[in-house]
Design a protein around this ligand. Sequence first.
Ligand code: PLP
Length: 225
Amino acid sequence: MTASDQEIISNLSNIRKAIPPHVTLVAVSKTHAAEAVEVAYQAGQRVFGENKVQEMEVKFTILPKDIEWHLIGHLQSNKVKYIAPFVTLIHGVDSEKLLEEIQKRAATNNRVIDVLLQIHIGEEESKFGFDEVELNEFIASKRWTNFQNVKIRGLMGMASFTENKTQVRNEFRSLKMTFENAKPLMGSSFDILSMGMSGDYQLAIEEGSTMVRIGSSIFGAREYH
Ligand SMILES: *Cc1c(COP(=O)(O)O)cnc(C)c1O
């Protein structure tokens, strides 16, 4: 159930106190009503994350236009066109094919769209994300310099869903190392490391995260219908 307005406000305030100023808070509002986003907005929050294209479009349409919308989940190529006019940051770019589509739609809209490359760090056999070898090959190839309407701003990853904190910490640490190795090759606008969610954001920040994606600790548990 979505938290009450008072709870949303106090959750936000507590999380802001818990994260250092160099870390950007993405309030993950997926499945929660636009009214809940409005409450967080009134409390000063401007950056929101959604994982479904259609839900993000609806919220973009009805909510204030100074909100920065981040697409945080898996994105299908055929849906890029719907968010290209307004999205601020796409976190989950997991293939060159998707980059090509973002390039095309960004150009159509006369925009440069910021993206993060999703890196597969957890142990789960996820279909999504570059692995270390693929990433290094892609960076070295310089093919990314062809995408003039796409700015690769950094990396994003999700740790394994486990109680084992040492494992989670090691996964974050390894992503941070990958990020630092890529930095000198990618230029000065490569400056975002998106890692950490409600259950593990403190660990992620200790390991060098610059952007955390927090949903349930702000808005309450999600209900899926
Ligand atoms: C849903 C989601 C989050 C937020 O998860 P919480 O555990 O509710 O904080 C963060 N990142 C991604 C990619 C998500 O899909």
